[in-house]
Design a protein around this ligand. Structure first.
Ligand code: NG6
Ligand code: CA
Length: 505
């Protein structure tokens, strides 16, 4: 029987031993998850980037643990973030695909999630930034209270971009309402067709400050055409150039308002997703144009958040994690010079593929854990860990007892996260168009039927009708398919993958 798709309910299931741990100081007083969008393994200078400097992130790495084999769960945003918050592989939830901006909430209200666990353990929980996990149930009226949403899955407060910067509606949602909305100018959203005869990217490309290279030719907001149609809500529209400032200021105010108590901040930056519109002050930050400058802008956000924590003397007992939701992509649908200005920069480091890919570049991402009170020296860890392991690991760290069937795919890798061991998981599933299985340094990519596309947005997808097997010890770039030489291992890994997929283990 397939494992049930329904997430375990929080009610009654979650016992707390947090008070005890808090008393002897073993748990961090603050947990801050700094999550970048579409940043690849090689995009930070502590991971080898030379054409962009990320001093704030590098400092975190130098003082903490920098992982070389950490993974988001999937090679795109929605499924990856779903797993991060629920500790559940997103292939178990068929609806967990890249969502349009008017999709329903993917996570069941009241279920056991990273924020709901930490909230129960006494942390004030906040999400600031890109959500992309759906909102409401059925058609959303953006002019009324929008529920359920982040507040119903464990966050005490939220300030979010509902989906992505390239999808309507281009407004912030604060708790349950669109921020800054004038009731006299109601918002309407449609992913089916135009709502009126306003110019679109398709009909009026001359109005655009950045033209699409693929799709993204519908409603125009701030001179950039998006996916989907919206009308109204003029006073509520975000300003792309100021998005990083707006979100970072929100994070800073949350820290300041809660400096006297324990908190969990999930800061989900929009950098460096398309449309890439870093603030003007970053225009000379790199020679790589908006994509490189957006990396510098993300580092700036990290710096401001850390500086705030420092200024209030909170740094020592704050656990900070930096990572990204999927691998890198260069041209993701706008002509923003990312391709011509890339030069020698290798956004996915030594790995093949990137966003949308079953090759390592799809899910192997930067991952840094820093906690001065407990992790004293900088180290590099080759432990295999998944972001979906944060749920169980942080539950353990904060003394939460989870119901038996909660966060089913999350493993407790806390000793690895704290740099106490270099062994992490034995196995990890990576998800893109197909499923891959990592078993130590072996990598198996399940074949697909039909005629799978080999490239998406310029990245090799890793999809093939043939089984693929790579030995990452000698071949981290997945160049030599060993499947034909080692049919036994292919068969064993396929059945191990199938056992995980079907919920038998
Ligand atoms: C794709 C979009 C891409 C990006 C992606 C989601 C086109 C041509 N491409 O469909 O631009 O929005 O979806 O990215 O529309 S993610 O990081 O949120 O998963
Ligand atoms: Ca992403």
């Amino acid at each position: 029987m397939e494992r049930r798709h329904v997430l375990t309910s929080l009610a009654g299931g979650l016992a707390s031993a947090g008070g005890l741990l808090a008393a002897n100081g073993r748990r961090p007083k603050r947990i801050v998850l700094l999550y970048a969008d579409d940043v690849g393994y090689g995009d930070f200078s502590c991971y080898g980037a030379q054409r962009v400097r990320t001093p704030n992130i590098d400092r975190l790495a130098a003082g903490g643990v920098r992982f070389t084999d950490a993974h988001c769960s999937a090679a795109t945003c929605t499924p990856s973030r779903f797993s991060l918050l629920t500790g559940t592989y997103s292939f178990r939830v068929p609806a967990a695909k890249v969502l349009p901006g008017d999709a329903s909430l993917l996570i069941e209200p009241g279920s056991v999630t990273l924020p709901s666990i930490l909230k129960r353990q006494g942390y004030r929980t906040s999400v600031v930034g890109k959500w992309h996990l759906g909102l409401g149930r059925g058609p959303i009226d953006w002019n009324k209270e929008i529920r359920p949403g982040p507040l119903d899955i464990g966050f005490d407060e939220s300030f979010i971009i509902p989906a992505t910067g390239d999808r309507v509606p281009c407004v912030y949602v604060e708790d349950r309402r669109v921020r800054g909305l004038d009731p006299a100018d109601p918002i309407q959203v449609s992913y089916r067709g135009p709502l009126d005869d306003s110019p679109t990217g398709k009909t009026h490309p001359e109005l655009l400050r950045m033209t699409p290279s693929h799709g993204h030719d519908m409603t125009i907001v701030n001179g950039i055409s998006r996916i989907g149609y919206m009308t109204g809500g003029k006073s509520a529209l975000w300003n792309d150039d100021e998005m990083a400032d707006t979100l970072t200021n929100r994070a800073v105010s949350f820290i300041e308002a809660n400096r006297a108590r324990d908190f969990f901040l999930y800061f989900a930056s929009h950098d460096i997703h398309v449309p890439r519109v870093p603030n003007r002050r970053f225009r000379d930050a790199t020679v790589m144009g908006p994509r490189g400058n957006a990396i510098a802008e993300f580092d700036w956000s990290v710096g401001r958040i850390l500086e705030t924590i420092d200024r209030h003397g909170l740094r020592n007992d704050t656990l900070v994690i930096v990572s990204s939701d999927n691998g890198a992509v260069i041209d993701d649908g706008y002509n923003d010079e990312a391709v011509p200005l890339l030069g020698s920069h290798r956004p996915n480091g030594p790995f093949r593929g990137g966003k949308y890919s079953n090759f390592e570049g799809g899910t192997r991402v930067p991952f840094i854990v820093n906690w001065p009170a407990r992790i004293r020296r900088g180290s590099v860890s080759s432990a295999l860990v998944g972001q979906l392991d944060l749920v169980r690991s942080l539950a353990d760290l904060t003394g939460a007892k989870l119901p038996a069937d909660a966060v089913p795919d999350s493993e407790n890798v806390l000793p690895a996260l704290l740099g106490e061991t270099k062994s992490g998981r034995k196995r990890l599933v990576e998800q893109a168009s197909s499923l891959s299985l990592r078993e130590g340094d072996w990598k198996y990519i399940r074949p697909l039927k039909g005629n799978p596309s080999a490239v998406n947005a310029g990245n090799e997808t890793g999809s093939s009708t043939e089984a693929q097997l790579y030995d990452l010890t000698s071949d981290p770039g997945e160049a030599k398919n060993l499947a034909a030489d080692d049919a036994g291992r292919v068969a064993r890994m396929e059945s191990a993958l199938e056992a995980i997929r079907s919920g038998r283990v």
